[in-house]
Ligand binder design. Structure first.
Ligand SMILES: *Cc1c(COP(=O)(O)O)cnc(C)c1O
Length: 475
């Protein structure tokens, strides 16, 4: 593992040694047998596994909203794995329960909740579901006993650029996809507060009860920040739960310079914030925080007498966290984050953020000034969205032909970089914009030179694409 950690920081190493599934199936014997294998073979499996892992800690891994390798965080992860326990009671996780309280309190204070509550969840999607659950409980407390059957039709409002977990949450919790109302965004991907209010009025006129508005701080593709103050005004007017999905953007709260992007956050009811994303905490680590103390337990508590004995004589049972959670056993995600925070302080994370902004600004400038590269949207965070337009189609007039061709450039380049193993950058279409790259800058080991490297690499792969009449082929 230590060797692997070193390889992750070596730019001569590939980001991935890509193999097709059928090849990997031949390289590693995945099938289980009745008979045991010897320990040397078992260790070989470990070695082989690391050989074909994607090096997400590599300075040229830009594919996702996580990455980098924080050694302190990794040690925290190893330590909590060694301790092997569950977060549900103080009885079996005394240290970790206190750590979680301290970190949640600190994060809550940063958001502006003076006396809030919270829990660590298995990812931002689940954190967002906590928000839906609390909003429903707050509006209709009878839902705990009666479910949806005694209630009016309900709706969740979130922007078109928001994360798909609200849709997942909506069907998982019985609302149905048709009751997730997608609010329009401006050209920069920010929710239009005027459209939000129109949609609320429209829902109410149909006898549908909106229960939750989600505003996103750091949208998944553009990295846009919805206008919290304006949205909070509307939520106040219509008495709606305001959740903020800051899974990706939450880190800016730590920067006095950038915090204005979330102006108004003290007015919200709850927030999701993933330290496993920008902050570089090892996967996974997601915090759900709410201003409403006691509501998590009121909403999710079930008197499981074998775990949460009311007559425990050993300690104050308000330290047990199990009744706030929708899980039973819960992974210790807190140790790695607490340890990192101890080692960095708020300042360390702020420094990481400002460094990422510097690299992002450098890349943005290069894209602006280099032939063939074009920004999709002016970045406000460390997500940079852009097209590469190969010479062969650069002078085509804007229209369907160019769009069709351009839409196939990013997938071709992506296949090329994966096969080379030189770097990993994601792409996607969005609204009326055909496939474009989304660069994510968060690894502290990434340098200005890496930015020049990725642009050169994209250009060199992009120029090799041969356009044929009925699409493309990769030479
Ligand atoms: C990544 C992301 C999520 C989902 O978080 P997971 O931990 O992957 O479940 C939710 N919202 C936003 C804005 C995200 O970027």
């Amino acid at each position: 593992m230590v060797k692997y950690m070193k390889r992750c920081h070596d730019r001569h190493e590939k980001v991935v040694e890509f193999r097709q599934p059928e090849e990997l199936n031949k390289l590693i014997n995945f099938e289980l047998k009745d008979t045991p294998e010897d320990l040397a073979t078992v260790i070989d499996y470990c070695r082989e596994t690391l050989n074909y892992c994607v090096k997400t800690g590599h300075p040229r891994f830009f594919n996702q909203l996580y990455g980098g390798m924080d050694i302190v965080g990794l040690c925290g992860q190893w330590l909590s794995a060694t301790a092997n326990t569950s977060m549900y009671t103080y009885e079996v996780a005394p240290i970790f329960v206190l750590m979680e309280r301290a970190v949640l309190r600190h994060m809550g204070q940063l958001v502006g909740f003076s006396d809030g509550d919270g829990i660590f969840a298995p990812g931002g999607s689940l954190s967002n579901m906590y928000a839906i659950s609390l909003a429903r409980h707050k509006k209709f407390p009878t839902s705990k006993m009666e479910g949806l059957f005694s209630l009016p039709r309900m709706a969740i409002l979130t922007s078109k650029h928001s994360h798909y977990s609200f849709k997942k949450g909506a069907y998982f919790m019985g609302f149905g996809l048709n009751n997730v109302v997608m609010i329009n965004c401006d050209a920069k991907g920010r929710m239009l507060a005027s459209d939000l209010e129109n949609q609320i009025i429209h829902l109410q006129s149909q006898g549908i009860a909106p229960i939750l508005v989600n505003a996103t701080s750091g949208t998944t593709v553009f990295g846009a920040f919805d206008p919290l103050d304006e949205i909070a005004d509307i939520c106040q007017k219509y008495d709606l739960w305001l959740h903020v999905d800051a899974a990706w953007g939450g880190a800016i709260i730590l920067s006095a310079e950038k915090r204005h992007l979330m102006k108004g956050m003290h007015r919200i009811d709850s927030i999701s914030w993933n330290p496993h994303k920008f902050m570089g905490c090892p996967f996974q680590c997601s915090a759900f925080l709410t201003k409403k103390k006691g509501l998590l337990e009121e909403c999710h508590g079930i008197p499981a007498s074998y775990l949460f004995q009311k007559d425990k004589m050993t300690y104050d049972i308000s330290y047990d966290t199990g009744n706030k959670s929708i899980q039973c056993g819960r992974h210790v995600d807190i140790m790695k984050l607490w340890l990192m925070w101890k080692a960095k302080g708020d300042q360390g994370f702020t420094k990481k953020l400002h460094h990422a902004y510097e690299i992002s600004n450098y890349l943005t400038e290069k894209i602006r000034n280099r032939d063939g590269f074009e920004l999709v949207v002016e970045p406000v965070y460390v997500s940079i969205c852009f097209w590469y337009i190969p010479t062969a189609i650069r002078n085509l007039s804007d229209g369907d032909v160019k769009r069709r061709k351009l839409s196939q450039v990013a997938p071709q380049i992506k296949a090329g970089m994966t096969k080379r193993g030189s770097m990993l950058v994601g792409y996607q279409p969005m609204d009326d914009k055909v496939n474009f790259f989304r660069m994510i800058i968060l690894n502290s080991a990434t340098t200005f030179d890496d930015m020049d490297f990725i642009l050169d690499e994209i250009e060199s792969l992009g120029e090799r694409i041969e356009f044929v009449q009925n699409g493309f082929h990769n030479p």
